[in-house]
Design a binder for this molecule. Structure first.
Ligand code: HEM
Length: 499
């Protein structure tokens, strides 16, 4: 009897708390105590065939801003560009703090760039941006680095994978190696080679982690993630993060050893991110900064963030790009005509050509729209009571602008499932509603680098090769519609040299 009474009391407390909290939240499906809307979320996503389609069903019922309770945690979803702009740009400070569930905070513990807030975040984000700029984003060195890796990778594949008149590769592996080498060269001056066991293990487990991490994992509370009871789940999701951190840490330790024994000499500006960080550490020491946040541990976390941020995202987008090219040879043909018109067929495409390649620019926009690689964006947490689209939101609420929903908004992107680069040429303002790098204060730190990679690699691939499928032509469809990240289809591709 006593147990029943206790259970009824706990239930009643939950119902009252949820009801009171709901008054300061946008509309959404009615939550149940403890599980919130998980049952509706799972069912709706399953019925609709994926997370984005499922959230779009909620949008139809509850409007452009709606609340979904993940267990006892209310999460607010913005699915409209104008509202995202009004909140994240016009009131950037209010929506600038990162929400830190265990999935994001794991290893980072409030440090790095992705999972830090306040002064620490500002200092490390500024440092990383300045360092990337010094290593070439503001000058043409970045282009030279990307092109060097592009040429090296395809020359190498030509030696090892030339079959049936072309270079035959697994698309994802090919771009993983290329993009991984670009980011690693910037960070620690090291390229990855084919057959590198550490890289292969890291990539495989990262892919597995991304494929299996779901919305629910993104909101699982720390105490549950860390408990023995949840080990079966947290182990799969977190293993790749352990591996990446271990690799980064190994690289830093080796660099410190090389510096100590004179094998690596740090010049005035340094060769890479690690050098720049070591210079900053030394400067803080010389300046007597006693509370400096620059030390070998925070260097490892910053590099870990840049590696995770810069690898899978760009590689997946390029893999989506080639799937679109295989499905739409007429787009490739039109692109090639535009690019040959610009280069005269005598050189590769360069970042300075951008103003003269409207169709390539539109095609990259459409690839990023179709790919929309995050089914669910990283979340923010509002610090004070506020309002979104006229609806009250209380302090502490978790808010997310859902880029994938904005990119599938039928009122903005007509026939959104169609791959149609021309939509961006027919409407010059359309790219303003395209936000693959997020929006507001926490917008992607690597946006300029990623844009340079996407432009140079897709443009030069179109000029250098014809594309043929190896095996079945890939559908333009994600293979992980229920995961946090929309992974591209898995396919083989033959790059047939054009001359
Ligand atoms: C096509 C490639 C890429 C896409 C689509 C992408 C997308 C994103 C998105 C959606 C966010 C979250 C933004 C938000 O909270 O609103 C983000 C954050 C971030 N990205 Fe990227 N990214 C890409 C490439 C890169 C690269 C190349 C790097 C590193 C060099 C990078 C580093 C980061 C970092 C450090 C953050 C956290 C920023 C912060 O919290 O202040 N990303 N990215």
């Amino acid at each position: 009897m006593l147990t029943v009474l206790i259970l009824i009391s706990i239930f009643s407390i939950f119902i009252v708390r949820t009801w009171r909290a709901s008054r300061k939240l946008p509309r959404g499906p009615t939550p149940l105590p403890l599980i919130g809307n998980i049952h509706q979320l799972v069912y709706t996503c399953w019925k609709a065939g994926g997370v984005v389609a499922g959230l779009n069903e909620f949008k139809k019922q509850y409007g452009k801003v709606f609340t979904v309770w993940i267990g006892p945690v209310p999460t607010v979803h913005i699915s409209d560009f104008e509202i995202a702009h009004e909140t994240h740009i016009k009131r950037a400070n209010m929506f600038g703090a990162r929400y830190l569930p265990e999935l994001i905070d794991y290893i980072r513990e409030g440090r790095g760039i992705v999972a830090s807030n306040g002064d620490f975040w500002q200092e490390h984000r500024r440092f990383a941006l300045r360092t990337l700029r010094d290593f070439g984003l503001g000058r043409n060195i970045m282009e030279a680095k990307i092109m060097e890796e592009y040429r090296y990778r395809f020359d190498d594949f030509r030696k090892t994978n030339f079959k049936n008149g072309g270079i035959e590769v697994d698309a994802a592996n090919c771009f993983d190696l290329l993009v991984g080498s670009i980011i690693n060269t910037l960070l620690i001056s090291e390229r990855f080679e084919q057959g590198d066991k550490d890289f292969d293990e890291l990539k495989t487990s990262l892919a597995e982690g991304f494929e299996s991490a779901s919305i629910l994992d993104a909101f699982t509370p720390s105490w549950l993630m860390k408990s023995d009871f949840w080990k079966w789940r947290s182990k799969t999701i977190c293993r790749p993060f352990d591996l990446i951190y271990a690799q980064v840490d190994k690289g830093i330790k080796k660099r410190l050893e090389d510096v100590a024994n004179g094998k690596h000499i740090i010049g005035e500006e340094g060769d890479d991110f690690v050098d720049a960080f070591l210079i900053k550490m030394e400067k803080d020491k010389m300046d007597g900064v006693t509370d400096s946040t620059f030390n070998p541990e925070t260097m490892a976390i910053d590099m870990y963030d840049l590696w995770i941020g810069g690898q899978e995202t760009t590689s997946a987008t390029l893999t989506w790009a080639c799937a679109c090219f295989l499905q739409h040879p007429e787009v490739v043909q039109e692109l090639r005509e535009e690019l040959l018109g610009v280069t005269g067929g005598t050189r590769g495409i360069s970042l300075t050509d951008k103003p003269n390649t409207p169709f390539l620019n539109a095609t990259i926009n459409e690839i990023q729209r179709i790919a929309s690689i995050l089914s669910m964006n990283l979340s923010r947490q509002v610090k004070e009571d506020t309002v979104i689209d006229g609806q009250p939101i209380s302090a502490g609420t978790i808010v997310t602008t859902q880029m994938s929903m904005i990119h599938t908004d039928e009122t903005v992107f007509k026939n959104h499932t169609e791959f149609n680069p021309k939509r961006f040429l027919e409407n010059n303002n359309l790219d303003k509603s395209l936000i693959p790098f997020g929006i507001g204060k926490r917008v992607c730190l690597g946006e300029s680098l990623a844009r340079a990679e996407l432009y140079l690699i897709t443009g030069n691939l179109v000029l250098d090769f014809d594309f043929q499928p190896v095996g079945q032509k890939p559908e333009i469809k994600t293979r992980s519609p229920f995961a946090m990240m929309k992974r591209p289809p898995h396919y083989g591709i033959r790059f047939v040299p054009l001359n």
